[in-house]
Ligand binder design. Structure first.
Ligand SMILES: NC(=O)c1ccc[n+]([C@@H]2O[C@H](COP(=O)([O-])OP(=O)(O)OC[C@H]3O[C@@H](n4cnc5c(N)ncnc54)[C@H](OP(=O)(O)O)[C@@H]3O)[C@@H](O)[C@H]2O)c1
Length: 234
């Protein structure tokens, strides 16, 4: 590691709630303090898949996993002098709508609709978390990394993504460039007190109108709490 630091790796499947709980337990045992939590894992599936918990994969990995892991680590994050929760969303948030009548695409599934919904959910989650964290030493922010040449969506891309992506690759950001907004949010000293903002290209931006809807954020938090067993149903 650059600078000679020590790195410990914790391996998990973030689409499984049992594995997220196991990971959280391992992290809480190993880390007396957590300064930064970056929720980065995410994916796109052209066809509908379900996880070991029977939940639609995009919603489970892109939204429920950061929701559950963050909540399980929140007390530890609050123990330090200051801490940051950073969630990697996408400009696809602008196309997203939260469909409470069919959150998991059981009646009608499209990879794009599921992905856009999950990336809007990243914003609603972050803004609600930021409201709940007001007055504490922990902040929550969310970002679009740019269009980055990665393995994104490779497992089940569908024709519409499989064909153009190789042609567009030369114009995409490298992985290092795509990480810059994330590392900026994780480390910039002037962002210590910045809470509940959306960033792209390392600058704060306005996100879509639905992302600021507090009633939707509150309902999504409630449903997510029930789906992850953090709060009782009802
Ligand atoms: N690429 C873009 O242009 C773009 C644009 C906007 C937003 N984003 C967002 O950026 C984030 C990262 O995407 P990426 O472009 O780097 O895609 P990627 O190359 O497919 O990487 C996805 C990452 O998520 C991890 N991951 C996937 N499923 C997992 C699981 N079940 N458990 C644990 N880890 C899992 C992968 O781990 P392994 O490597 O171990 O599989 C990998 O580190 C996503 O949230 C995506 O929505 C990407």
């Amino acid at each position: 590691m650059a600078g000679g630091g020590k790195v410990d790796a914790f391996v998990t499947d973030l689409s499984s709630q049992a594995q997220i709980r196991r990971l959280a337990g391992e992290l809480l045992s190993a880390l007396p303090r957590i300064d930064v939590l970056i929720n980065n894992a995410g994916g796109y599936w052209n066809t509908r898949h379900t996880t070991a918990d029977g939940i639609e994969h995009t919603f489970a990995l892109n939204h429920l996993s950061p929701f559950l892991l963050t909540n399980l680590l929140l007390e530890r994050l609050q123990l330090g002098g200051s801490a940051r929760v950073i969630t990697v969303s996408s400009n696809a948030q602008a196309l997203g709508r939260i469909n409470f009548n069919d959150l998991q695409g059981e009646h009608s599934y499209s990879g794009g609709t599921a992905y856009n919904q999950s990336k809007l959910a990243n914003l609603l989650f972050t803004y609600e978390l930021a409201r709940r964290l007001q007055g504490t030493s922990v902040t929550a922010n969310v970002l679009h990394p740019g269009i980055v040449s990665t393995g994104f969506g490779a497992e089940d891309p569908g024709r519409a993504r499989r064909l153009p992506v190789p042609l567009l690759r030369p114009f995409m950001l490298t992985a290092d460039q795509g990480a810059k907004t994330t590392t900026h949010l994780a480390s910039a000293p002037d962002l210590t007190d910045v809470n509940g903002r959306f960033f792209a290209r390392r600058r704060p931006r306005r996100s879509s109108n639905p992302s600021y809807d507090q009633a939707t954020a509150s309902q999504l938090w409630k449903v997510s709490g029930e789906m992850t067993g953090l709060t009782p149903a009802g």
